[in-house]
Design a binder for this molecule. Structure first.
Ligand SMILES: CC(C)(COP(=O)(O)OP(=O)(O)OC[C@H]1O[C@@H](n2cnc3c(N)ncnc32)[C@H](O)[C@@H]1OP(=O)(O)O)[C@@H](O)C(=O)NCCC(=O)NCCS
Length: 162
């Protein structure tokens, strides 16, 4: 398996994987809107034997403390290849990338049975004010220690409002 940054020529394959994995086209549309609005921090893809099988996207958040935070959303693995570690490899690589991009911390709204194994916790997001605050599915991971120690308000890219 190879994990690399997505290219423009991957966009059709990324839309296909997201539509298959989520069973609807909404996430593919969200991804395109994030790109169009210039809100994407980076996108990674996983290739197995040269075929695109997984995707993860990080976007920029606005924060009232002037720090640089990222949102993980969405991520998807082609259904036929799920539970083989592709998703975990994508999350781990993306966290390394987020650190290189200078992100202070990362937020995710996602499966409570999946993200904690990478270090995302709802408790860590307790100081974060956002449209998703209070949900157990709203989890945070500090890249820089103390990234979420103080109260912080974040705003998501407009694409998420849809
Ligand atoms: C979530 C997803 C990206 C994981 O990809 P993956 O390649 O299957 O992940 P991995 O192989 O690294 O990890 C598989 C493990 O995660 C678990 N898992 C997968 N989806 C899960 C979910 N929704 N809730 C809890 N655990 C989940 C699997 O049961 C498996 O557990 P195990 O390691 O104990 O066997 C993939 O299932 C997917 O595309 N789902 C549909 C889209 C989606 O829900 N995206 C995430 C939105 S927050």
């Amino acid at each position: 398996m190879t994990i690399r940054h997505a290219r423009r020529t991957d966009h059709t394959g990324i839309a296909e994987i997201n539509t298959l994995a989520f069973g609807k086209p909404d996430e593919a549309a969200l991804i395109q809107r994030l790109r169009d609005d210039g809100d994407v921090m980076f996108e990674l893809v996983a290739e197995v034997d040269g075929v695109l099988e997984g995707h993860i996207l990080f976007s920029r958040l606005w924060a009232d403390n002037g720090r640089f935070y990222a949102a993980l959303a969405p991520m998807a693995v082609r259904p036929a290849l799920q539970t083989r570690g592709i998703g975990s490899a994508l999350v781990r690589s993306s966290l390394d990338n987020a650190r290189e991009f200078g992100a202070h911390g990362v937020l995710v709204l996602g499966h409570t049975g999946y993200y904690p194994k990478f270090g995302f916790l709802a408790e860590t997001a307790a100081n974060v004010r956002s449209p998703y605050s209070g949900s157990p599915a709203f989890m945070a991971l500090e890249i820089d220690p103390g990234a979420f120690a103080e109260p912080v308000m974040v705003a998501y890219p407009n694409a998420f409002a849809g």
